[in-house]
Design a protein around this ligand. Structure first.
Ligand code: GLU
Length: 305
């Protein structure tokens, strides 16, 4: 049997500082990698400078450092990977897996997601017209195993769901960059929030089109605030308090369904991570999104503001 070395990653988009939900993801990725005796990498997905406050990347790296989470290899920045993305797009255009598309969102909506100018079927958009690059999906009833959620099924609809790989403004899109870098970095396992579950079937096709096998996936539930919304930048999730890394880590383990003993609150980040590693039970991770329990009421109200 072929043995693949475990290589995992935490890949935040630097749209703001880390919040409790992103720490939970970081801890899950780290523990899965450590328990498998694998490598754990940090990759900053800084693809869209318009949505990224310039200080966010440093804040994220500082927070990870304070929480004892150190990348096993030099940190990768997607902003420095443009030539790799360009090469991948050229290859996909070349073998008919991608196409130039000049349709606006409005036009697509008015045509039920079909491309009025037949850009996909006829390769009708000249290079010098403003255009996005889209991936040409194949119709598929995609079935795959999530390492936590079990059997998954997604219907992929060619043309209607074709994801953008490069936007009209020239920015490379997440769907392209994530596959190119997961392949290039030899990522064997992807652990991430279940808000990205719907992307998975499309990503499998992109991996294949780039000549690679898809990694294994494990989607963890997203953390909600008191209003039942996902903790996110858009919902004004507060930044992690980097002065309380031990407490934050204990809460993150609780959110992942583990049962860290109370005394860990009085220890160090190193001790909490070591406990997590020694006692990690993937099967204890809750399956559905949940409010951040195990959090003191003062932290909880902090999370709501
Ligand atoms: N950069 C993505 C995010 O912050 C995560 C990408 C992934 O894990 O596939 O939501």
């Amino acid at each position: 049997m072929e043995h693949t070395r475990y290589r995992g990653r935490f890949a935040p988009s630097p749209t703001g500082p880390l919040h409790f939900g992103s720490l939970v993801t970081a801890v899950a990725t780290w523990l899965e990698a450590r328990v498998a005796n694998g490598e754990w990498l940090v990759r900053i997905e800084d693809l869209d400078p318009l949505r990224e406050p310039p200080e966010a990347t440093d804040q994220i790296l500082h927070s990870l450092d304070r929480h004892g989470l150190h990348s096993d290899e030099p940190i990768r920045f997607q902003s420095r990977r443009h030539s790799a993305y360009e090469t991948a797009i050229a290859a996909l255009l070349n073998n008919g897996k991608a196409y130039r598309c000049s349709c606006s969102r409005k036009q697509l909506q008015a045509h039920d997601g079909r491309h009025p100018g037949q850009c996909r079927t006829r390769n009708a958009v000249p290079e010098d017209t403003a255009h996005a690059i889209r991936f040409a999906l194949t119709d598929e009833d995609c079935q795959w195993q999530d390492l936590l959620l079990g059997p998954q099924r997604q219907i992929v609809r060619a043309e209607l769901d074709d994801p953008v790989l490069q936007r009209k403004e020239g920015f490379y899109a997440y769907q392209l960059a994530v596959a190119v870098d997961d392949i290039d970095q030899g990522i064997s396992h992807v652990v991430r929030g279940s808000d990205l579950l719907d992307m998975t079937a499309q990503q499998q096709q992109i991996f294949q089109a780039l000549g690679a096998n898809a990694p294994k996936w494990l989607h963890i539930p997203v953390i909600l605030n008191n209003q039942g919304q996902k903790l996110s930048k858009q919902n004004h999730a507060p930044a992690l308090d980097d002065s309380k890394p031990t407490t934050n880590l204990v809460h993150a383990l609780t959110a992942l369904g583990q049962h860290p003993p109370e005394h860990l609150f009085n220890t160090t980040v190193h001790d909490v991570l070591a406990w997590g590693r020694a006692h990690w039970q993937r099967t204890a991770i809750p399956l559905t999104s949940q409010q951040a329990h195990g959090i003191t009421s003062s932290t909880q109200s902090h999370l709501d503001h």
